[in-house]
Design a protein around this ligand. Sequence first.
Ligand code: COA
Length: 332
Amino acid sequence: MVFLTGIRIAGTGRYVPPLTADNNDFAAFLDTNDEWIRSRTGIVTRHISDGEPSWHMGLEASRQALEAAGIAPEQLGLIIDTTITPDYSTPATACVIQRELGAVNAMAFDVNSACTGFVCGLDMAARYLATDPALSYVLVVSNENLSRVVDYTDRSSCILFGDGAGACVLERRQGLYSAYMAADGTGASSLYANGNRRTCRFATGEHTYPEDTDPRGDFLRQDGKAVYRFATEAMPRAVQQVLDQAGLGTEDIDLLIPHQANLRIIETAAKKLKFPMDKIMVNLEKYGNTSSASIPIALDEAVRSGRLRRGQRVCLVGFGAGLTLGAVLFEY
Ligand code: COA
C-alpha cells in the first residue's frame, strides 16, 4: 500500500534499564560462552529490568520523544503502545502511559504483533493520520520486559533477549509512504510465550491455580532454526515489496533499520537484497533482541547520532512471532 499522505517523525526517544548482563554473566550459570554467543548472534550485552514495569520504560521513552518533538502531551490525539510483555492483561499499557503523561486528549490502545509491533503500530498511525484530519500527533511507543518471559535455563533462547523501550511522535506530511504488512499463523508455534495460560476456574468454584502447573511452561519457547529460516527469507521480501510499490530500488534507501534479533540474520538478508551493510543500522551488540522496542531504539540512536538526517529515506523492517512481517519506507 502506497499512501499519498505520508508521515513525518517529529521526535524520537529511548530508554533501557540500568542493569546490564554481558555474555560472561550467562556463562556463570549456563553451559555457554562469550565466543559462542558473539559468533552466532553478534550480541555482547543486554539491559535487564530489575523489577521496573514495562509501562514505566515506555513512559520514559515517550517523554523523550515528546520533548524532541517539542509538543505538549495534550496535543497527542492517539497513543499506540506495542508490547508482548504488558504489565496487565487490561488496561492497555497505552492507557497507563496516557495517564502518566497527562495526554488527556489521546485515545489509547495496545498492539501485539511481537517483534513486528513497532512497524505495525507506525503503519496504523500513518493510516489514522491519513484518514482523520482532526488528528495532529500520534505517539507510537514500544516497551518490552522480556526478562519476565525468558527461560534462563534455556541457553539457546535466553542469551538472545533484553529489555527496553523506544518511542516516536508522528505527524502528517505529504510525501513518500510505502508499507507492507503480512502474517502467517501457520508458524504460530515456532515462537510463543504463554503468560496468561493459567486459568482460575471461577465458575466451577476452583479459585486457585492448578497445583501441577509447571511455571516454566509459561516461558518463551522457540524453534530457533525455523525462526531463522523465516527471518532470512521474509526480511528481504518485505523490503523489496515496499521498494517495488514505490517504484524505487535498494540504492534509494539511505538507511535500513531492521529488527535487531541476530547479526547473522541481518547479514544474510542484506546479502540476498544486495544491500550494503554500511547502510544498515545495527546496535544489537548492546541491547540484544528487545522485540518490538528494538527498531524504535535503533531509530532514536540513528537520529540522535546524526546517522539519519532530515530528507533521507529510511526503511524499517520487522519480523517476529505470529509469524508476522512488516516494512515501511518513508522520508525522515
Ligand atoms: N551456548 C553454547 N552452545 C549453545 C547455545 C549457547 N547459548 N545455544 C545452543 N547451543 C548449542 C546447541 O545445544 C547445539 O549443540 P549440539 O550440536 O551439541 O546439539 C549447538 O549449539 C548448535 O545449536 P543450533 O540450535 O544448531 O544453533 P544455531 O546455529 O541454529 O543458533 C540460534 C541458534 C538461536 C542463535 C539461531 O537458531 C537463531 O538465531 N535463530 C533465530 C532466533 C530469533 O532470532 N528469535 C527471535 C526472533 S524475533
